[in-house]
Design a binder for this molecule. Structure first.
Ligand code: GLU
Length: 469
């Protein structure tokens, strides 16, 4: 491939960015960056009834949050602006006029009930009887203000459109899969399939990489290209992403929205890494791949034909891989930005100690945050009922701590206190650790007592123990 690669991500502002959309955006981005090409964002918003206010800017913000950058787009302009279809209506209009003039498109005045009748009587795709109205008949109806749509005249009866799909190879789409499809709606707005083909051509897009649910759109778009005598870009259709129930992970699936993954504490770099693996693998099957490595190794030759399986455990594992490699400082910033600004108050030195001691146990930011919360000063402890022997252990621990002169107590000093109790009271293992852990944190977490004790101030340890006793 030359350095002429131009690809695009073309979201419709009809909702949130979902995992499938993230994958489409990411593969296009990786392809562009790998080949030093251009990555374009184009907002496809001509279906007014489905547009949601803000959805476009929210989706673009999500892409930015993920760390994806683009070279041309509605927010930054570019050589082929505007990059928002609702601002290009005049342009589409001129191509519709050309097609009407050449008899490749026609006015169709069928009412909804006529259309319904036609569909129920003819068990095939619509060939509108209005395709053959004379110019006079059309003018008359237009003059009388009859409502209409403009349809593409699909005359390709037995033709089969073939192309080499970038993912699936030789692909055949029989023309009779579609009828005389609509190009311009009754409200005067052109449809996605028309605008998309026009824009991909005018914006010099070389590769159209999108989900396989768009295959039948590709057929319509191939017809539009042909009718205007334009060369087509290369098309690639990404296989489905299946959810845990083996059904397609759908846009309606709440858990598939990016914002849910953000809330659950997955890092942007880990999401990119994981999503890249939903339908692609690196040559040596490496799975921990920061984005620079994704860019270096991405290629269409290893995009899989078979559906990808969404696997939350694997996502957690990848998140863990990214998380443990973060410095305390970066983790601190991620907590503040992604979970809650309140973590800005956490002391940087404490954070350093916390992260050095415990980072290995975490899989998400939310887990990190919840564990930090366990250390907050002045915590109100749950009511525990300890047996006498357990109370003795906790009591001795308290005495040991009381004798140390420090704000934070060194882990080794805490270890010394524990051995002394063990020796004096003849307890060890769970019998020794469980009550102290409960007294310090209120949960029987697996953290080592010497570590968790060193992360609480002496004052806080004593405060918690006296609540329990
Ligand atoms: N606007 C379309 C969508 O959001 C994009 C399809 C395409 O990439 O051509 O599904």
């Amino acid at each position: 491939m030359s350095d002429q690669v131009r690809v695009r991500f073309a979201p419709s502002p009809t909702g949130s960015l979902h995992l499938g959309g993230v994958r489409t955006a990411l593969y296009n981005y990786l392809l562009a960056r790998h080949h030093q090409g251009s990555f374009v964002i184009r907002v496809e918003d001509t279906d007014l009834s489905r547009n949601i206010d803000d959805a476009a800017s929210r989706q673009l913000n999500d892409l930015k949050w993920l760390g994806l950058t683009w070279d041309e787009g509605p927010d930054i302009g570019g050589d082929y602006e505007p990059y928002q279809q609702s601002k290009r209506l005049d342009l589409y209009q001129s191509y519709v006029a050309t097609l009407l003039e050449q008899g490749k498109a026609f006015y169709c005045f069928l009412s909804d009930s006529e259309l319904k009748d036609l569909h129920s009587h003819e068990n095939r795709q619509l060939k509108s009887p209005h395709r053959d109205l004379t110019k006079e008949e059309v003018d008359q109806r237009l003059k009388a203000g009859a409502p209409y749509v403009i349809r593409f005249r699909n005359d390709a009866a037995d033709k089969v459109y073939t192309f080499k799909d970038l993912v699936h190879g030789e692909t055949r789409l029989p023309a009779n899969m579609v009828g005389d499809f609509v190009l311009v709606r009754s409200n005067g707005h052109p449809v996605y399939n028309f605008c998309c083909a026009i824009d991909d051509h005018l914006m010099k897009i070389t590769h159209v990489l999108r989900g396989e649910e768009h295959l039948s759109n590709t057929l319509r778009q191939l017809m539009v290209y042909e009718s205007l005598d334009w060369k087509t870009p290369s098309f690639g259709h990404l296989s489905m992403i299946l959810g845990p129930n083996k059904k397609k992970l759908s846009k309606r699936d709440d858990s598939a929205a990016l914002e849910d993954f953000v809330k659950s504490g997955f890092l942007p770099q880990a999401l990119l890494n994981y999503v890249a693996l939903l339908g692609w693998s690196s040559a040596d099957a490496t799975e921990y791949l920061p984005v620079e490595q994704l860019i270096a190794s991405f290629g269409l030759d290893r995009v899989h034909k078979s559906p990808a399986m969404f696997d939350r455990e694997k996502l957690r594992w990848i998140n863990h891989q990214h998380l443990v490699r973060m410095s305390a400082e970066h983790m601190h910033a991620a907590l503040v930005n992604q979970v809650d600004a309140k973590y800005g108050k956490v002391d940087a030195k404490w954070m350093d100690l916390f992260w050095t001691s415990l980072s290995q146990q975490f899989y998400t930011l939310v887990e990190v945050a919840e564990t930090i919360d366990l250390f907050s000063q002045g915590m109100k402890m749950p009511v525990l009922s300890l047996e006498d022997s357990e109370k003795n252990v906790v009591e001795s621990f308290k005495q040991g701590i009381d004798q140390v002169d420090a704000i934070y107590i060194d882990p080794e000093i805490i270890a010394g206190i524990l051995s002394k109790i063990s020796e004096e009271q003849g307890v060890k293992g769970r019998k020794l650790f469980a009550p102290i852990r409960q007294a310090l944190l209120g949960v029987s977490s697996g953290m080592e007592i010497k570590v968790l004790g060193s992360l609480l101030t002496k004052e806080e340890i004593l405060n918690r123990i006296s609540q329990i006793l």
